[in-house]
Design a protein. Structure first.
Ligand code: GMT
Length: 374
């Protein structure tokens, strides 16, 4: 099939899912055309059957805000016609679903059918989508989608609660490519960050408010009173400066390493003993699944789709949002002895295999076949 994929190319779960999905489809022989305003960060190598079409946004003095959705729609129409696309799969509803709807109407004028599938990733529904300035358009574009998918049961329910959606919403979870994950951590990398065999606590995110990165540091400060530990923070974003300030105030700079954005996180994740994800909400929590795939237990909040990924008492523990004392207590339960830690690590890795690409890819392929036939 010739498949168009529209996503955000920046550091974020929806872009990662879209990119890894496109790569897996290409490996199976499909021709995959990415349409975005920048090269997705995990696509930056030559991959057979993968093509990248940049949306050029023309600016003009008259515009205070360049009309991105218009340029995107135009590019979708152009690629669909010239690459003979069978379908468009848009990741993140805003503004991709409404752009796909318009592209579909334009193409129909020239006799070309272009079904589109909308995959909801979370903040497009839970934070931004329900904003009154978007809601009517999103509702319409969702209802016009040939298929809608959501990344967790929790997001499916949230969508139905906030929008009048008349179509079925199918849950297709986030996934990992299990074979890429490292079984045995690199000893020298580990001793670089934990020279005295400290426990390594890790967090990976885009440091947005919803991630509550301050709670990561607060949890770390509590547990570090009991055990010798170091904190590695991967990623960057608006709340980074707050963390740096808090570290200085608490005098813990020597034990907290901020690595910034990394395009590939598999090797650094493999050296962690525990992953912290204290988010306000997560529709799924791909970061938690990626931690499990690396054999790293997860301490997370109990909101959104996190309980579908992090199994309380098995792969880690769940706490209420903001309850850093409980998170620290749970972390210490896991880290208290090597036997307990190993049992959590093994179960986390085992559990992640339920979300392997081998199990999720056929779900998307089946949807593609259905929309193309109908
Ligand atoms: O979490 C973010 O800030 C990024 C966001 C995105 O849209 O890229 O991630 C969302 O989609 C991911 C992939 O489906 C999910 O795993 C994340 O849980 C979800 N984030 C939130 O719901 C906050």
């Amino acid at each position: 099939m010739n498949i168009g994929i529209v996503c955000y190319p920046t550091f974020g779960g929806s872009g990662v899912v879209a990119t890894e999905l496109g790569k897996a489809l290409a490996e199976k022989g499909h021709h995959v055309h990415f349409i975005t305003y920048k090269m997705p960060f995990r696509l930056d190598t030559i991959i057979p059957n993968v093509y990248y079409h940049e949306v050029l946004i023309s600016d003009y003095d008259l515009f205070d805000y360049a009309p991105y959705e218009l340029s995107l729609t135009n590019k979708m129409v152009d690629v669909a016609l010239h690459e003979n696309l069978d379908l468009m799969h848009v990741h993140y509803a805003i503004p991709h679903a409404s752009a796909a709807y318009t592209a579909k109407q334009i193409l129909a004028e020239s006799g070309k059918s272009l079904p589109y599938i909308t995959t909801l990733h979370g903040t497009d529904i839970t934070l931004i989508g329900k904003d009154p300035s978007y809601k009517e358009v999103i509702t319409f574009a969702l209802n016009q989608s040939d298929r809608i998918t959501a990344v967790s049961e929790s997001l499916r329910k949230d969508t139905l609660m906030h929008f009048v959606v008349k179509k079925d919403i199918q849950v297709v979870p986030n996934f990992i490519c299990a074979e890429n994950y490292i079984e045995n951590p690199n000893g020298s990398l580990r001793s670089t960050y934990a020279p005295n065999n400290e426990k390594i606590i890790m967090h990976v995110s885009n440091f947005r408010e919803v991630k509550r990165v301050e709670d990561v540091l607060k949890t770390f400060l509590i547990l570090r009173k009991e055990i010798s530990a170091r904190l590695i923070l991967v990623g960057d974003g608006p709340d980074r400066h707050k963390i740096e300030e808090l570290c200085r105030e608490e005098g813990c700079e020597d034990d907290v390493v901020l690595l910034g954005k990394l395009t590939q996180t598999i090797s650094i994740r493999s050296i962690a003993d525990l992953f912290l994800l204290p988010s306000q909400t997560e529709s799924f929590g791909l970061a938690a699944l990626e931690a499990c795939a690396s054999g790293v237990p997860v301490i997370s909040t109990n909101t959104g789709g996190l309980p579908e990924v992090n199994i309380h008492g098995e792969t880690g523990f769940l706490s209420d949002v903001g309850d850093v004392d409980d998170m620290a207590k749970n972390a210490l339960t896991i880290l208290k002895d090597e036997e307990t830690l190993k049992a959590f690590k093994d179960r986390a890795r085992e559990h992640s295999r339920k979300f392997d690409i081998d199990k999720v890819l056929p779900l998307y392929e089946k949807l593609y076949e259905e929309v193309v036939k109908s």
